[in-house]
Ligand binder design. Structure first.
Ligand SMILES: Cc1cc2nc3c(=O)[nH]c(=O)nc-3n(C[C@H](O)[C@H](O)[C@H](O)COP(=O)(O)O)c2cc1C
Length: 260
């Protein structure tokens, strides 16, 4: 694909989706990369994607595409541009996220030619309660690069068919997030503002203290993972319970699934 553009379109609050999207782009080895980081795409604008191939990546939230991703992807219009879809999940399940992403991509005019479900460290993972910690690892990234190479070969062959993708329509019911959020440990917080800058939905404000508008928090944990002094724990009892369940039931490492 040396003569083509690759458009990287992704939402990635804790950076694991981005790692896989980048590795797939490496495998595609296009001449030019256009990056559209939707994580901080606050202003709504309409953009046309033309030529080349697009890689669209989202994290899986409760087996679905997060609502903020849907809204931000809806800002893109493509006239039949081939698209590769990525659902990044925290070693539980990806359920209906990929078929939902397929339907959204088609709605926006993309031609879906490949999809993959990859594993990333779970947003709720902590050093003491690890869930898929360190993923994507070297092997995940190798598989993602190989996936990119295989997609490039598929395009070279002129095969632009949409593969069968695992998942159900109608999609599983959407879970409402928010109401609880990470909290600031005022004793250790240095008011550096990293948490506010990392928040993809702008619910954190830093002045002489840190306030979080919990009702609109999407629980992505970007603020938790970016805090340089570990002063943003997410230890609400509801999250502790969920974390326990994930540690108990989702510790066996899963392998990426490819639909090509
Ligand atoms: C609110 C929420 C819901 C999640 N739901 C799921 C899920 O249904 N299945 C799963 O395996 N992981 C789930 N995860 C974990 C994320 O998919 C995973 O941490 C992903 O790597 C985050 O991507 P990012 O690093 O690009 O932000 C969830 C995470 C959050 C914050």
């Amino acid at each position: 694909m040396k003569d083509k553009y690759v458009h990287l379109i992704y939402f990635s609050p804790t950076g694991t989706t981005r790692k896989i999207v980048d590795a797939i782009a490496e495998g595609l080895s296009a001449a030019q990369t256009n990056r559209h980081d939707l994580t901080y795409a606050f202003e709504k604008e309409q953009q046309d994607i033309a030529g080349g191939v697009a890689v669209i990546g989202i994290p899986v939230y409760a087996g679905r595409v997060p609502e903020d991703c849907l809204e931000r992807i809806a800002g893109y219009q493509a006239d039949g541009v081939p698209a590769v879809l990525v659902a990044l999940y925290g070693n539980r399940e990806f359920e209906d996220a990929l078929v939902e992403l397929r339907d959204v991509a088609i709605e926006q005019g993309f031609n879906v030619i490949a999809a993959g479900a990859f594993i990333g460290e779970h947003s709720y993972s902590t050093p003491k309660r690890p869930i898929a910690a360190g993923r994507p690892d070297v092997e995940d990234l190798r598989l993602a690069v190989k996936f990119g190479q295989d997609i490039a070969a598929k395009i070279e062959r002129g095969d632009l068919e949409t593969p069968e993708i695992e998942g159900h329509v109608p999609y599983r019911e959407r879970v409402k997030f928010g109401g609880v959020s990470p909290q600031t440990d005022a004793e250790h917080c240095t008011l550096c503002g990293e948490c506010a800058r990392a928040c993809p939905v702008r619910v954190v404000t830093v002045s002489d203290s840190v306030t979080t508008q919990a009702e609109n928090c999407i629980m992505c944990c970007a603020c938790v993972k970016i805090c340089p002094v570990d002063a943003r724990p997410f230890n609400h009892p509801r999250i502790e319970e969920r974390r326990d369940l994930l540690v108990r039931n989702c510790s066996t490492p899963k392998t990426p699934r490819i639909f090509l």
